[in-house]
Design a protein around this ligand. Sequence first.
Ligand SMILES: *Cc1c(COP(=O)(O)O)cnc(C)c1O
Length: 219
Amino acid sequence: MISVAQPLLGRAEEEAVLEVIRSGQIAQGKHVEAFERCFAKTCASDEAVAISSGTAALHLALLAHNVGPGDEVITTPFSFAATANVIILVGALPVFVDIDPDTYTMHPDLIEAAISTHTKAIMPVHLYGHPCAMKPLLEIAKKYHLAVIEDACQAHAATIEGQPVGSFGTGCFSFYATKNITTGEGGMLTTNDPAIAERVRMMRSHGQKERYKQGHHGS
Ligand SMILES: *Cc1c(COP(=O)(O)O)cnc(C)c1O
């Protein structure tokens, strides 16, 4: 068998896992917080919120941006199935735009023709570590007041002219076993919008800001 990816997990990772197990605090805690701060810095984003998977990060990003039934989200068909699946999961419709044959990412020249009165967001995918052309995409998003949710599940720390992916819109990352960085299973959401960060922090934990005090994440 030829493995698709060989995770580099050595002594340092073994010791870090043991430290967490021995601490007795095996969910959230100081290590997760440190990882969030470090990841936010890497992505030049104000906030990073640790989530259970890349799929869950994309799901919460859509909910945080109020995407739901009747809405359309423009994305690419050339991606892992999770990208289109989460759009359907929130009751919205994925509208596919073809890829640029040179980069395999969403072709910016084809986005505008796919916009309708139901369009709520654009979800570009930074595939195989290659960022989607964000400059023209952001101009279109601004013109039509659309949310931008970046599927950066395969592109940790990739940059466009020095600016990291995940800092152009709401960024979603995966730490699944085959990704650029792994935690086994895991995900992260990055944002510069404190309101989005707060909603996602509540939603990842059943509406809790403080333990056992449930609130509502509505805007
Ligand atoms: C892996 C991947 C996801 C989903 O991430 P999980 O952590 O496996 O849920 C979403 N989009 C793309 C492009 C991916 O490669």
